[in-house]
Ligand binder design. Sequence first.
Ligand SMILES: *Cc1c(COP(=O)(O)O)cnc(C)c1O
Length: 344
Amino acid sequence: MSGLRVVDLRSDTVTRPTAAMRAAMAAAELGDDVFGDDPTVNELQRVVAGRLGYEAALFVPSGTMSNLCALLSHCQRGDEYLVGQMAHCYRWEGGGAAVLGSIQPQPLAQQPDGTMALADLEANIKPDDAHFARTRLLALEDTWGGRVLPMDYIEAATALARRHGLATHLDGARLFNAAVAQAGPGGDAWGQARRIAGHFDSVSVCFSKGLGAPVGSALCGSRELIARARRWRKMAGGGLRQAGVLAAAALHALDHHVERLAEDHANASLLAEGLQGLPGVTVPPAQTNMVFVDLAPDKAAGAVERLRAAGVLCTGLYRLRLVTHLDVGRDDIVHAVRVLREVL
Ligand SMILES: *Cc1c(COP(=O)(O)O)cnc(C)c1O
């Protein structure tokens, strides 16, 4: 193979387990989790629920299944959920809630910061009338496109939902990125994660993104909600057997890879700052681990392919997306900036 140096910024899902994580996986005590017998899965569920302030949690194979189980557990056939037009659990999950749950999404336009206007939320909660689906749930996402939802917005939107009798779900695939960013240097990231989660009836967190585990997510909620979700998980084919080998990686990540997300955020800022000043290239500041690069039409054609040929992997079209993670260091970012400046 060529000696081209490759920096993979396509997603924070591309990480490989570290040696310490693999050791934790190899040492995990195992059982059959469909019988509830896997001690490592049970420990993960206890730890993640406890630390985020919930009664119970369910380990699931993916964030998509986690959101699906949440929607199916909150909503019945003919119910609807209010959700962002660009939210993952509406736009990026194959319409699963509608296909598998007969649950109608009510997508709403998002502001550039990811929020839906409170007036839009309120106006779209349907009256109790046979013409309408029953509005049951508000689903938010944090971080959204690398942006942290403001705390006062989370408070106001979930309070509005509760006032109208709606349940609330947070797609917190990157909840810990939000918490680390809001806690600030040396701050209490877990305390902040718990404060965010405390506003919602359920939260889904991914272990396979910035936390660097190979597989898995957790859905947290009340004991009753999680019991319902467990049935849906089984029905969706997500009942795994000796899943403790995966849960061990997630437990390791919760203990060792949360606070370090600050490094990914610093690297994203370094990347965004390094790309300033190029003609036809606009790079908004990075809040967490994602950098977006807006390209003038003449620059955009073939940009992803040209970057790939030069060893920087990313996704996008007019707007490139570059994501920092556990497997890229500061020196990789310095190198990537050099390549990006050359190619763009
Ligand atoms: C990645 C992601 C998911 C889904 O996770 P998978 O494990 O890829 O199914 C859900 N929500 C958000 C916001 C995500 O970024």
